[in-house]
Ligand binder design. Structure first.
Ligand code: ZN
Length: 89
């Protein structure tokens, strides 16, 4: 399936930002391919629940990532709905 995180592998800000290149940034989910990698399950609702749960506990992303033993980048992906198939080891 097409990567829901980007446009053809590039990410653009919702609001134009001076520190953001006009050509966009390479998507950190599909790494620029524009196709959602096979090893991801896209579960936006679960990601949303995860994020809301963390925020309700007033925990920072990196602290929560440390607590569950993943890197912050990984948790950020999960909160946007990208879960690796076969668990998050
Ligand atoms: Zn992408």
């Amino acid at each position: 399936m097409k990567c829901p995180n980007c446009k053809l592998g590039r990410m653009y800000p919702a609001v134009p930002h001076k520190n953001f290149p006009e050509s966009g940034l390479q998507c950190d989910v599909c790494h620029g391919s524009g196709i959602l990698p096979e090893y991801f399950n896209y579960l936006p609702e679960e990601g949303k629940i995860l994020k809301e749960n963390r925020i309700s506990r007033n925990v920072l992303l990196r602290d929560e990532a440390h607590r569950i033993g993943v890197c912050a980048r990984r948790l950020s992906c999960m909160e946007r709905g990208y879960f690796k198939k076969g668990g998050e080891s």
